[in-house]
Design a protein around this ligand. Structure first.
Ligand code: G6Q
Length: 547
């Protein structure tokens, strides 16, 4: 029987209508849109799970929105959302359910997937994590020589690192300051050396975070950590006091010498980049305590419920996911800048890079056919106001259209003098300046010499979203992460791609293993390299040892 190929999104009538509509409004300025519509800001605002989204400074009208919602309907977005929440195997290429939403369901809930109540399992692990985290926090978890643990080093990479690092930095205000947290991810020995340089092994706990427990970087770093520890503590017996694991691979954990009683599990339906609220968040829980961790989960869950139940027109992730499609596919934008005006969110853009780009950086549809339109844009950003003195020039006056997500909070955890007012004034000023710009007439009227006028003119019409919340709490962080998770999902559904696999990281890994062998003197497997790679390898071989 012939395979049924679903229609491409570009052939949907609403896509064609959006193309035509884009032509009509592409040259409309945000100045006109605001001037002709006094109710715009009030109307183009939505709120969910404690987060406000102001999307009025986007290049769209009510007609754009209704066409985008039509597109979402024609791509059956609601059905896809339901399928994810039900635990259907929507990660088609790996034949897996995608259930990070189950990680934050309340204890009283139940969700049976493939015959198992996953909520019960999730809470069993959370309870065990809570008991362990509490012991480390109150000093009753002792190292091999009887000293309490002071340093916690998370070893992991990708999804087993970026979430924990980001969450630790984001929630540092809530962290127990007696404890020191370090994160080792890179295979570069410098990462391990610098993270552990002044730590005392007797007071150090390693969390080896690896879903598979086979990842080259993580296992190499874990073995280095083992040697580093045993160098001082000598006996293998010390391992179980200083190493715990977060993994789905009990056999490999045990072979490493870690007591599986000190292993915290998760499931194949949790993707790496969707795992910071699973046991992968153990370092976060030790830092902020089990109660705050649960508040973070509640924030995730509140956004899940908002995504699941709010109508598209009021649904933050749906709106943001559709706006990404609007700019990527109709305006040809290549990137999205995420600019958090909060120092605690300094690692948030890096975290989002994996979440968004590993999820939606795909070139084929679910059925394997080539996409015929662009998919996931490049995400990047820095915390405000640092970026203003660096790359904002290009956003204001360069030739690329870069949609922006500004993120800000009403209150700072560190209310020093008028710092926070100045910070927020900058956020508001940037959104306004980007949208409305400054015309040549305005520049001239300010007495600027004619020679400088073109250089000091701001075209404006640069779009932005503004996300606001009262303050950066564990619950707000959870809601913010879930907002992006679901907006990535929304765009992925429109593009008809698998947002939950990551085959694109495989090829480089395989080739690295081959070259590792060659550096060690083994013959090249599978034929010679291209001449460029061969000469680089030759240079490295000759120069890798001093003298
Ligand atoms: C994320 C990816 C990837 C993964 C790392 C670490 O979605 O799957 O970033 O998290 O490769 O994998 P392990 O946890 O198995 O070590």
């Amino acid at each position: 029987m012939a395979r049924i190929i679903p229609p491409r999104v570009t052939s949907h009538p609403s896509w064609k209508s959006l193309k035509a509509h884009h032509k009509e409004i592409a040259s409309t300025h945000l100045r006109e849109l605001f001037a002709s519509d006094p109710g715009r800001a009030a109307r183009m605002r939505a709120e969910g799970a404690g987060i406000i989204l102001d999307y009025s400074k986007n290049r769209l009208t009510d007609r754009t929105l209704s066409l985008l919602f039509e597109l979402a309907e024609s791509c059956k977005l609601s059905d896809h959302i339901r399928e994810m929440f039900e635990g259907q195997h929507i990660n088609k290429t790996e034949n897996r359910a995608v259930l990070h939403v189950a990680l934050r369901l309340p204890k009283s809930a139940s969700l049976v997937v493939d015959g198992v109540d996953v909520v019960r399992e999730v809470h069993e692990v959370l309870d065990r994590m809570g008991t362990f985290a509490q012991k480390v926090r109150d000093g009753s978890w002792k190292g091999a020589t009887g000293r309490p643990i002071k340093n916690i080093v998370n070893i992991g990479i990708g999804g087993s690192d970026l979430g924990p690092v980001m969450a630790y930095e984001a929630l540092r205000f809530f962290a127990d300051r007696r404890l020191v947290f370090r994160f080792v991810s890179n295979i570069d020995g410098t990462d391990f050396a610098e993270a552990t340089r002044e730590l005392d092994p007797e007071e150090t706990l390693f969390i080896v975070s690896s879903k598979t427990f086979t990842t080259l970087e993580t296992m190499t770093n874990a073995h280095t950590a083992r040697r580093w520890l045993l160098n001082t503590l000598k006996k293998d017996e010390a391992i179980r006091h200083h190493f715990v694991a977060v993994s789905t691979n009990a056999q490999a954990v045990s072979a490493f010498g870690i007591d599986t009683a000190n292993m915290f599990g998760f499931w194949d339906w949790v993707g790496g980049r969707y795992s910071m609220d699973s046991a992968i968040g153990l370092s976060t829980m030790i830092a902020i305590g089990p109660e705050n961790f649960r508040k973070m989960l509640d924030g995730f869950h509140a956004m899940d419920e908002h995504f699941r139940t709010a109508p598209f027109a009021k649904n933050l992730p749906v709106l943001m996911g559709l706006l990404t499609v609007w700019y990527t596919n109709f305006f040809g934008s290549q990137t999205v800048a995420v600019l958090p005006y909060d120092q605690y969110l300094k690692r948030f853009p890096a975290y989002l890079q994996q979440l968004t780009m590993e999820s939606n950086g795909k070139h084929v549809h679910l059925d394997g056919s080539l996409v015929d339109t662009d998919t996931g844009p490049i995400y990047w950003g820095e915390p405000g106001t640092n970026g203003q003195h660096s790359f904002y020039q290009l956003i204001h006056q360069g030739t690329h259209l870069i949609p922006i997500d500004f993120i800000g909070f009403a209150r700072s955890h560190n209310p020093i003098g008028d710092h926070h007012d100045i910070l927020m004034a900058n956020l508001l000023a940037q959104g306004e300046a980007l949208a409305f710009g400054k015309t040549a007439e305005e520049v001239r009227a300010a007495g600027v010499p004619e020679l400088q006028v073109p250089h000091r003119t701001f075209e404006g019409n640069r779009p932005s979203n503004t996300l606001l919340a009262p303050e950066l709490t564990p619950a707000v962080l959870g809601a913010l992460v879930a907002l992006y998770e679901h907006s990535v999902f929304t765009s992925g559904i429109i593009w008809g791609i698998d947002s939950f696999d990551q085959w694109g990281v495989e090829l480089g890994k395989v080739m690295a293993v081959k070259i590792i062998g060659e550096i060690a003197g083994k013959p090249a497997e599978g034929g010679p390299h291209d001449s460029g790679t061969a000469s680089l390898l030759d240079w490295y071989r000759k120069n890798r040892r001093k003298g």
